[in-house]
Design a protein around this ligand. Sequence first.
Ligand SMILES: NC(=O)c1ccc[n+]([C@@H]2O[C@H](COP(=O)([O-])OP(=O)(O)OC[C@H]3O[C@@H](n4cnc5c(N)ncnc54)[C@H](OP(=O)(O)O)[C@@H]3O)[C@@H](O)[C@H]2O)c1
Length: 248
Amino acid sequence: MNCKMKRIVIVGATSGIGMEVAKMFLQNNYQVGIAGRRKERLDILKNEFPENCFTEVIDVTQVSATENLLKLIEQLGGMDVFFLSSGIGNQNMTLNPEIELATANTNATGFIRMTTAAFNYFSHNCGGQIAVISSIAGTKGLGAAPAYSATKRMQNIYIDALEQQAKMRKLNICFTDIRPGFVETDLLKYGKYPLLMKPKKVAKSIFWAVVKKKRRIIIDWRYKILVFFWKMIPNCLWKSLSIASQVQ
Ligand SMILES: NC(=O)c1ccc[n+]([C@@H]2O[C@H](COP(=O)([O-])OP(=O)(O)OC[C@H]3O[C@@H](n4cnc5c(N)ncnc54)[C@H](OP(=O)(O)O)[C@@H]3O)[C@@H](O)[C@H]2O)c1
């Protein structure tokens, strides 16, 4: 392996935004380790980029995910950037507990499992970068998707906490929290959404945010404006709004 090539691990690279981000890094000659549950999807990318693509099946809800992540890092000969795209989300206006708990299991437990594994790896290996896709959905609690919006807020706060811990322990780890608006992926396949963005275009913005080590980005500019005003809505007014039924 060429030692000058940077090595990135992308978990959640089998579809949507994660897959497009993986393609961007593969096309830019990074050594890329990709993971997700669907092996056949991983193999398609591996066949397209046999030289610099490495694969491992990882289910973030399973305890074995940590060990499998380490196996993927070993295949790459080390890791410079850890990128987490895995996530699920559903609207849940009947408050089906199974949907809520499955969302928490992937977006909260799975998220913590993967980011702590990456953090601990970097703490023993001279540091690195942890980048995650959270969402603008964590801006306020969404009545139509309680677990989704709550877990996305948790992801934002968890990264803030890891950053502080890294500083307290004088570890050379930096963080990138990516917050997209609506993107046309499988996650949104049920329902109609306004201001939809193409995954390829979003992946391009994400690629540069990671390369430039941005701390936090909202994609795109329209959502930046929306979030700015959204944050200012007082809770006494927010609770009476029903606009959230279209928000993912
Ligand atoms: N689409 C949007 O509008 C939007 C907006 C803001 C944020 N996001 C966030 O962007 C991220 C990517 O979503 P997407 O829109 O690209 O949807 P997607 O096409 O459904 O991709 C989701 C990815 O997560 C992986 N995943 C799900 N459960 C997993 C598990 N248990 N273990 C490992 N990987 C798992 C999937 O892989 P496998 O099924 O193969 O495991 C897939 O690669 C998510 O975190 C989502 O919340 C999306």
